[in-house]
Write a protein that binds this ligand. Structure first.
Ligand code: KG4
Ligand code: ZN
Length: 339
């Protein structure tokens, strides 16, 4: 008999629900909150309230689309963290109470692990051990993913991460400096397509090992734009594609140089990218080119599984379900939750 899992993701500003049957995604629905645009960033209190409003219809739609009935569910999975605590509480409480009502177990999922495991939704799937560069709005991590020799369970180790801003933040803060609305990552991507990536040069941080830093770049962009605007008030409007292309090129180069180093350090050629920023066309193209040059097998999630989604939570929960790894009802969400 097929096993069905309903998964809920509510860590930031997307309310998402997905239904999985034996490791296959049947539905994946996301309500993206637009209320934050006018504030130039996610307002936690408003995010929680919108989750509360969205969660019932989103879960209902995910079940309806999948053709699975509530009484067929074998478990309910939810994002325990990391994320905004008020947002996490909505998904956690909803999952707990629905599971209690249906008398089925719950499965807690780490959001950053789920981004990595999004690679198991579609084919081709990476072979263990593999390295994943997870780049999102709050995190930038290089994750070594393997299976335990004794238990066969998936094990993840963060071997490099940002010391300050995340790559997604570098995109979003640049967008803000350029007067683009939140979240600006996709708009930088769009404008960069018509620009020259070598029009302007920005500094690259010197950080040892596999760690990253993006706060210096943000400051350099801020000063550069301010100085240019003193000479020409219309500098940004006149040069938007070139600025976006140059910033994107710099961020992508920083990310890929560390990823290349990680592949060399660990002698692994199964390499993946994940998280919201892996939707960036500049990163996707440059990653594939580098992969060809380095003889890597490269893995990029489908667009819908890059940014926050419940399908990746369902996939991560499926691995736990197979191991009988269920969660107690007295669990609480965690704003900080390392892999
Ligand atoms: O993984 P995600 O959806 O949420 C978090 O877990 O943070 O990532 C969101 C981040 C935001 O910073 C957003 O601007 C960025 O991913 N992003 C992009 C693109 N699409 C989303 N950044 C650059 N180019 C894109 N196409
Ligand atoms: Zn995420």
């Amino acid at each position: 008999m097929l096993k069905y899992i309903l998964a809920i993701e509510s860590s930031c500003d997307d309310t998402s629900a997905s239904v999985l049957a034996d490791g296959k995604i049947l539905s994946n629905l996301t309500a993206t909150q637009t209320i934050h645009e006018r504030f130039g960033g996610v307002v936690p209190e408003l995010a929680s309230r919108d989750h509360e409003k969205n969660i019932v219809p989103v879960v209902h739609e995910a079940l309806k689309t999948s053709g699975v009935e509530k009484k067929q569910l074998n478990a309910i999975a939810f994002t325990r963290g990391p994320g905004l605590i008020g947002s996490l509480l909505v998904g956690t409480s909803f999952a707990k109470s629905m599971a209690l009502a249906l008398n089925i177990p719950i499965i807690e999922v780490n959001h950053m692990q789920a981004h990595v495991l999004a690679h198991f939704i579609d084919d081709p799937k990476p072979k263990f051990p593999f390295i994943c560069l997870t780049v999102s709005g709050g995190h930038t991590q290089i994750v070594l993913t393997s299976t335990s020799d004794t238990t066969g369970k998936i094990e993840m180790k963060v071997v490099g991460e940002t010391q300050d801003d995340a790559a997604g933040e570098a995109f979003d803060k640049t967008a803000k400096i350029l007067g683009l609305p939140y979240p600006g990552g996709t708009l930088i991507d769009k404008n960069a397509r018509d620009g020259n990536p070598h029009a302007f040069e920005f500094p690259r941080p010197r950080i040892d090992g596999l760690n990253f830093s993006f706060s210096g770049l943000k400051t350099a962009i801020l000063y550069f734009v301010r100085d240019q605007q003193k000479l020409d008030a219309d500098f940004v409007t006149k040069n938007l594609p070139d600025i976006c292309a140059s910033v994107q090129y710099t961020i992508v180069s920083i990310l890929l140089s560390k990823l290349k180093k990680a592949a060399e350090d660990f002698q692994i050629n199964e390499i993946a990218i994940a998280g919201g920023v892996s939707a960036n066309s500049g990163l996707r193209n440059a990653f594939q080119l580098l992969g060809k040059e380095q003889n890597w097998n490269t893995y990029i999630p489908d667009f819908q599984y890059c940014t926050d989604n419940a399908a990746m939570i369902a996939m991560a929960a499926w691995f736990k379900y197979l191991n009988g790894d269920f969660t107690r009802q007295d669990i609480t969400p965690l704003a900080r939750y390392s892999i």
